[in-house]
Design a protein around this ligand. Structure first.
Ligand code: SF4
Ligand code: SF4
Length: 375
């Protein structure tokens, strides 16, 4: 049976995708120019073994490529527990890339639907999925570099575009590749970015973004970033939360039923448990949902949690941070636990820091001394 745009669209919506669009299989040369101009900012991606330039030409991915079908998945169609939203990017609270029990099943079903009609598909991770979605008329960009849907999630940014390169031809939709921000928004995202990662409209320095810093930042988080990184432990939604283009969906989301999977994860993601977790705990309860840091980098989780605890200013965390300092051999974790104790302050934190100062030396001693100046 020959599939039409209409029948593919109906199947995609039936499977629960929020929206679908079609574009041709021409190379993304404009995107290639952006990548080349900003090469130094994206070096780290290449070092991770991801060659973004290999996704520029769809025919390099599927030699008979004729079209690209793009679907939008919405990951925020259930309410997330606020305890989780405060610390983790929402897209990671419903991420099945390891468990493969949610979105992956829908993608497979759509792929099977196309394959049953003799259409070959490839879903390359390095194709510029957001740009493909805009070219397929599914959304416009925000100055915060995110894609905002044209007709789903109340035109907000809570979407994940998935591009299928296919060897069948479908009539392309009208592209909407421009900026869609209203003139009256005076750059709320650019102004509010706590670490200054947004350098201008659609211009991000990824290595300053809290998302990057939480899972790829090198070594001990520099002092000047510890407060700005706030409560975030893995990812950051700040520039989406402040954006007026997301206001309607954020208001609506308050009435949604709770995301049962995220609620089930919640006890395992309690801050004290994360602060003291060992490899077994991490691999059983955390890594299936948040996997950018391998178990060999557990120190980074401990460090991020200690910093977030410090920024809560909650004296209830003081005993946990003292324990973290004592039980950890890693100086990066010890240093952050000390910083967090200093940030929270109070007699118990100060007395612990005084005690630690007499037992350590080198840079850790400097960190403890610095923490004492905060307390
Ligand atoms: S995700 Fe957070 S740190 Fe990154 S650009 Fe947005 S507000 Fe800034
Ligand atoms: S905060 Fe304003 S400038 Fe930034 S993406 Fe939203 S509408 Fe655009």
């Amino acid at each position: 049976m020959k599939l039409t745009k209409r029948s593919v669209s109906e199947r995609a919506l039936e499977l629960g995708f929020a929206s679908i669009g079609f574009t041709d299989a021409k190379p993304f040369y404009d995107h290639q120019m952006v990548l080349e101009a900003r090469k130094s900012s994206y070096d780290w991606i290449y070092k991770l073994g991801l060659d973004l330039s290999a996704g520029i030409d769809p025919k390099a991915i599927l030699p008979d490529a004729r079209s690209i079908i793009v679907v939008l998945a919405h990951y925020f169609d259930r309410r997330f527990p606020p305890e989780m939203e405060n610390h983790f990017g929402r897209c990671y609270l419903d991420d099945d890339r390891v468990t493969r029990d949610g979105l992956s099943l829908k993608i497979k079903a759509l792929r099977d639907h196309l394959l049953n009609a003799g259409i070959k598909t490839k879903i390359p991770f390095h194709l510029p999925h957001r740009v493909a979605a805009a070219r397929a008329g599914l959304g416009t960009f925000g100055k915060n570099c995110l894609l905002y849907a044209n007709s789903a999630v109340a035109r907000g940014s809570w979407i994940l575009p998935i591009a299928f390169v296919v060897d069948a031809e479908f009539e392309p939709d009208t592209p909407t590749t421009g900026l869609g921000c209203p003139d009256w928004c005076k750059n709320a995202c650019l102004i509010c970015c706590p670490t200054g990662a947004l350098k201008g409209p659609r211009k991000i320095e990824p290595r300053r973004c809290i998302s990057y810093l939480t899972y790829f930042g090198e070594g001990l988080t520099p002092r000047e970033l510890r407060e700005p990184m706030g409560l975030w432990i893995y990812g950051c939604d700040h520039c989406q939360n402040v954006c007026p283009r997301n206001r309607a969906w954020l208001a609506l989301a308050k009435t949604f039923p709770i995301n049962a999977a995220a609620e089930k994860m919640m006890p395992y993601f309690a801050l004290p448990r994360l602060l003291h977790m060992d490899t077994g705990y991490f691999e059983a309860h955390i890594q299936p949902h948040m996997f950018y840091m391998p178990s060999s980098e557990l120190w980074r989780w401990h460090m991020n949690v200690a910093r977030a605890m410090g920024n809560t200013l909650d004296t209830g965390y003081v005993p946990e941070l003292i324990r973290a300092f004592e039980e950890n051999a890693d100086e990066r974790v010890k240093s952050m636990a000390a910083w967090a104790l200093g940030r929270i302050g109070g007699a118990a934190a100060r007395s612990a820091l005084d005690r630690f100062r007499s037992k350590v030396d080198g840079t850790l001693k400097d960190e403890v001394a610095f923490a004492l100046t905060l307390s």
